[in-house]
Design a protein around this ligand. Structure first.
Ligand SMILES: [Fe+2]
Length: 197
């Protein structure tokens, strides 16, 4: 996702250091995105209730757009951990990702709409595959392709989510592979609720 990219300058909390070690072991043992992402989701889940995971400066929002705090980039570029901080109403564009991605809600709640690309090249459009409001503690794993979504702060307070990507986000500048400025066509009766754990 996009917004100001911050170079890690804060000593990681003990909890973050523990998560980094666990994710490092996971990505070294399993490189297939569809296998490693659920492993990493299970590793992230317990930290969503750890109040000392982020330092106060890593919870600072931005008035213009959601803010990305880069917490860690692995030296070999195999994974990155970031915190996204959202003021009420702030949202992403409709986008997909450069790599597998695990998202956990640390504070507040996020509303997610998931899309599918449909139609021919001349009539390319999006259909709504489902939507969900993801509360604090929820975790989801996304694996391209089929990972097109839109995310926004679903509440009236600050929302914070922790993201782990299988890529070097600092080098790439963003986790977004493509923004989708396409028409959305979807009959409501086909819309499904998406369950996250
Ligand atoms: Fe995303």
């Amino acid at each position: 996702m996009k917004s100001a990219i911050l170079t890690p300058s804060t000593q990681p909390s003990t909890a973050l250091a523990d998560l980094i070690s666990a994710v490092r072991a996971a990505v070294r043992s399993e490189t297939r995105p569809e296998r490693v992402s659920p492993l990493v989701a299970d590793l992230l889940r317990p930290y969503l209730s750890a109040n000392d995971f982020l330092m106060p400066e890593q919870l600072v929002p931005c008035g213009e757009t959601y803010r990305q705090h880069v917490l860690h980039v692995e030296s070999d570029g195999s994974f990155s951990i970031v915190a996204l901080v959202w003021l009420p109403g702030q949202a992403t564009p409709i986008h997909d990702h450069v790599s597998w991605c695990v998202v956990g809600v640390y504070r507040g709640a996020e509303h997610e709409t998931i899309y599918e690309l449909a139609g021919s090249e001349a009539d390319a459009h999006l259909t709504v595959k489902g939507h969900a409001t993801n509360p604090k503690g929820s975790v989801a794993a996304l694996v391209p392709p089929g990972d097109i979504h839109h995310v926004q702060n679903a509440g009236g307070e600050l929302a914070v989510s922790l993201h782990i990507y299988g890529a070097d986000i600092r080098k790439l500048g963003s986790s977004i592979r493509r923004r989708y400025n396409l028409d959305v066509k979807q009959p409501d009766e086909h819309m499904a609720e998406i369950n996250v754990s």
